[in-house]
Write a protein that binds this ligand. Structure first.
Ligand SMILES: Nc1ncnc2c1ncn2[C@@H]1O[C@H](COP(=O)(O)OP(=O)(O)OP(=O)(O)O)[C@@H](O)[C@H]1O
Length: 294
């Protein structure tokens, strides 16, 4: 018991200044770990983190139980570990370093800066485009990049690097456009690429009536941290996919709320009642856990 309490008892011997330094030290490490976890949450990197924890656990058990061969091999593997991790986490490391280069992104927002104004404009352009595409029953698939870069997916389509705008999105998905087949990838306020092929979901939770476009929307969110907006060609409905789940929205106003929440961490006013679908309908569609028919 005394052993357990010793570190705490030794705190009494510290001066106020030393104590403050320890507190700041702990807060900074906590903050860095939090940022790191937020960065990898919902991405493939999350699985790598779990893999590392599993590896460390086996290494520890091998050491404690005297399994010397296993312990020797695992210990040698730890020497090359940092290099392997740097390669595996390259995209996430780049994002983290970019974040540190822009300290404003780490602090709470008070006054909207240029980035926030651009985000707000992008949301409005997206909402306007999707509303129009849905009204015209034009099949649409828009992937909005979040924490994990979608370079490999963008690479299988046609690179555009154009500012997001409602007319441009409308013309991409217009049936006569050679780029209308496939998905558009959006990074920040740029349309990175169009006509991209997405991985299809084979989730058993999806209803049989969920077709390829919506399966592709769900599929990409199973492997990457992103948000997908889909318009059904057949029904003209708007849905969003996130973290392997599909949710049908009642209106473009609901889409605005979702985009503001997911991309800008902003809670919108709930849409006016007339814009919402009757509750019983949502309940029916959401049976068996979210999987809403698109
Ligand atoms: N893996 C994929 N990646 C990207 N886009 C895809 C993928 N699979 C299908 N699509 C897009 O979906 C279109 C066809 O989808 P689908 O067969 O579901 O049509 P639909 O029945 O009209 O669907 P919906 O009514 O849901 O729009 C394709 O033309 C293509 O643009």
């Amino acid at each position: 018991m005394e052993d357990l309490l010793r570190p705490f008892l030794s705190l009494r011997e510290l001066t106020t200044r030393e104590l403050m330094i320890h507190v700041v030290d702990i807060l900074l490490v906590t903050f860095l770990l939090y940022r790191l976890l937020m960065l990898v949450r919902g991405t493939r990197a999350w699985r790598i983190v779990l893999g590392i924890l599993g590896f460390l656990l086996v290494l520890y058990i091998a050491g404690r139980t005297g399994m010397s061969t296993l312990h020797y091999v695992l210990e040698k593997a730890t020497y090359v570990g940092p290099a392997i991790l740097a390669i595996l986490f390259l995209p996430e490391l780049r994002l983290a370093l970019e974040g540190f280069g822009r300290p404003a992104t780490l602090l709470p927002r008070v006054i909207p800066n240029q980035d926030e104004l651009a985000e707000a404009r992008t949301v409005e352009e997206l909402v306007a485009a999707v509303a129009e595409l849905a009204a015209g029953h034009i099949g649409t698939l828009i992937v909005l990049e979040k924490e994990s870069p979608l370079n490999d997916i963008a690479a299988n389509g046609v690179m555009l690097q154009a500012m997001v705008s409602a007319p441009l999105l409308g013309s991409i998905f217009y049936e006569g456009n050679p780029l209308h087949d496939g998905a558009v990838i959006i990074r920040g306020d740029m349309i990175l690429a169009a006509a991209c092929r997405l991985p299809l979901s084979d989730s058993a939770r999806l209803d049989q009536s969920v077709h390829m476009r919506h399966r592709a929307a769900v599929g990409v969110t199973e492997s990457y941290d992103c948000l997908v907006v889909v318009v059904s060609e057949e029904r003209g409905t708007i849905s969003v996919a996130s973290e392997g789940r599909l949710q049908r929205l009642g209106s473009a106003a609901e889409l605005r709320a979702v985009l503001n929440r997911e991309l800008r961490n902003m809670e919108d006013e709930p849409p006016p009642k007339k814009d919402r679908e009757p509750r019983h309908r949502h309940r029916r569609l959401r049976r068996n856990g979210v999987e809403v028919k698109p």
